[in-house]
Design a binder for this molecule. Structure first.
Ligand code: N01
Length: 552
């Protein structure tokens, strides 16, 4: 790991002049600011569209929104003091608790004075003559910086599908990723929820418990494993604090950055009876750990089928109406080929009198009417409230809604016309000094997010420290390294079952017209960290380093 503590003399600045502009004040933006300002002594500013910090957790306040990673791992691990001084209350933290945590971190490291809220970045352009970025906001402010760092999140551009008739709907409608802060009163209402991904699976049980009636419109049935959320015991909290060094080591050594390891056995190393027993235990324990029961669940279709069938049997056993159970269990992709949801009584929700499942794969939505949803068969669902749990224009959406222009006016949209191309998910050829935290081509969404975020922010800080120390003005991925990385991203994906879920947002398949490219790096976080360290150790191999005067 390069030395993030080395600094070089800070240049003199005018108003709006910075060493680094960071876009976004979620987990990534906060830590990047800490690394650059508090450790390197750079002049850095975070621009954040929202009126508060929190990133994804600022916007996702839908009913049931809580993290699927366990709280003791869904946090920063860089500071022993933070680990000592913060206490999580539940196994999976609910959205307000995560915001309180991030607020605590921002105060602890005195970050807020360099975070400008209510400031949506409209665009940024690179000037080759000065080697600087000019960043413009929607309000017309401009900033100049040597480095532009995006901390925009992977799932922050809400996807509201263009279903005909939405503009006619006389009820209220909401997207889960832009949920009103004051909440939504479902009492006495007929609610329609479109979408059964991780979000929909979290939201449906809570909405059902509050509304007069809930119809879940399901296009692609999904697996889910119980979360078994519960308050944390004092003994567990103490154990986490005293054993955090080991927990951190595990998170850094595993594929997905979670605090548990993947069992080294194959599904077929054990007898069918023993396998069922293992699955039963994992089901009773709950959580994302289910896919870590055997090493080949995520790589072999035959092995995967044993886990898939186990979960389908559970669905059929939980859901009392056989027709509804059959629709819920009619899953067309391998388990965990899409991001595996975990739930609190999702399948049980369909046993409630006030809940109905509409199979819109068999009978698609024709249109939204003034009073509800009409299916192609002519069947009508009268609704007062419509909830879109329809996901995000993932990974590239948050970038492409800004007008980012690199060398010679090349837009990021043009550079990514056939799908995102990056080197290590960290930089794009043609866009010098642009760093993309958890960008496409990095492990990001396949991991417990704080782990790749910390690794990226530290790597970027190390890179900038190296540049300052060696009087390097620009860094830019080479075409050769970009090509080789694209091949590695494809190779890593093909070694897993991930590309086999054809409707997955990992492939961009959820947004009509989006290029079908497997976006995250599936080679595992530990391997990826090693590659990034090696790139740095070898003088930023694969990057072109430019030695022109940098400071304006
Ligand atoms: O979105 P999704 P999400 N008509 O894209 C359906 C993270 N997350 O918000 O599969 C009808 O997974 C779509 O159907 P189909 C996590 O990484 C994390 O649930 O396209 N239906 C699908 O059922 C997750 O993976 C936490 O056929 C339409 C659903 O909407 C990611 O966010 C919690 C449709 C979208 O599912 C996204 O999850 C929650 C249409 N036109 C989420 N368009 C944590 O705990 C879409 N759908 C950290």
């Amino acid at each position: 790991m390069p030395d993030v503590n080395s600094t070089s003399p800070a240049p003199v600045f005018g108003e709006g002049q910075y060493d680094a502009i960071i876009i976004g004040a979620g987990f990534a933006g906060l830590y990047q600011l800490h690394c650059l300002r508090n450790r390197l002594g750079l002049k850095a500013r975070v621009l954040e569209a929202a009126d508060g910090i929190g990133g994804t957790w600022y916007w996702n306040r839908y009913p049931g929104a809580r993290c699927d990673s366990e709280s003791h791992s869904y946090c920063y691990s860089f500071s022993d003091e933070l680990i000592r001084d913060w206490e999580w209350s539940e196994r999976y933290p609910e959205h307000p608790e995560i915001r309180r945590y991030l607020d605590f971190v921002a105060d602890r490291f005195d970050l807020k004075r360099d975070i400008q809220l209510g400031t949506r970045v409209a665009g940024a352009s690179f000037d080759a003559a000065t080697s600087r970025w000019t960043v413009t906001t929607e309000a017309g402010e401009t900033f100049s910086a040597q480095f532009l760092i995006t901390a925009v999140g992977c799932l922050s551009s809400a996807n509201v599908p263009k279903i005909p008739g939405l503009e006619d709907f006389r009820g209220d409608w909401y997207h889960t990723g832009e949920w009103p802060h004051e909440g939504v009163d479902f009492a006495g209402k007929r609610v329609g929820q479109i979408g059964t991904g991780s979000t929909g699976i979290q939201a449906a049980p809570v909405i059902a418990s509050q509304a007069a009636h809930l119809t879940v419109f399901q296009r692609t049935p999904n697996y889910s494993v119980p979360a078994h959320n519960a308050p944390l015991t004092q003994a567990f909290k103490d154990q986490v604090k005293s054993g955090y060094a080991d927990i951190r080591r595990t998170m850094h050594a595993t594929t997905n950055g979670h605090p548990f390891t993947i069992d080294d056995r194959s599904v077929f190393d054990v007898s069918p009876e023993e396998r069922t027993e293992i699955y039963e235990k994992a089901w009773a324990k709950g959580g994302l750990q289910f896919r870590a029961n055997f090493r080949d669940i995520t790589t072999s279709l035959e092995a995967n089928a044993t886990a898939a069938e186990f979960i389908k049997d559970k669905i059929r056993a939980i859901v009392k109406d056989p027709e509804t159970a059959a629709k819920l269990a009619d899953i067309d992709h391998p388990y965990a080929a899409k991001r595996p949801p975990i739930d609190s009584f999702y399948f049980e929700t369909f046993n409630r009198e006030n809940v109905e499942l509409a199979d819109i794969r068999a009978d698609p939505i024709e249109r939204i009417t003034q009073t509800g949803i009409r299916l192609q068969s002519g069947k009508e669902y009268p609704l007062d409230i419509l909830v879109f749990a329809t996901g995000f224009d993932a990974m590239t959406g948050p970038f492409l809604r800004m007008d980012i222009r690199g060398r010679d006016g090349l837009t990021l949209g043009e550079a990514w016309e056939a799908g995102p191309r990056t080197y290590l998910g960290l930089n794009v050829k043609g866009f010098p000094n642009l760093f993309t935290i958890t960008g496409p081509g990095s492990p990001s969404v396949l991991c417990n997010m704080p782990v790749p975020i910390e690794q990226h922010a530290e790597w970027i800080a190390g890179c900038i420290a190296h540049m300052r120390k060696n009087d390097i003005a620009t860094i830019e991925a080479t075409e050769e390294a970009t090509e080789a990385w694209a091949a590695e991203v494809n190779r890593a994906a093909e070694a897993t079952l991930l590309p086999q879920a054809s409707s997955s947002w990992y492939l961009g398949a959820n947004v009509p017209g989006k290029p079908r490219v497997f976006m995250p790096y599936a080679g595992g976080m530990a391997k990826y960290r090693g590659i990034c360290d090696e790139v740095a150790a070898e003088g930023y191999k694969g990057f072109e380093l430019g030695k022109v005067a940098a400071h304006a």
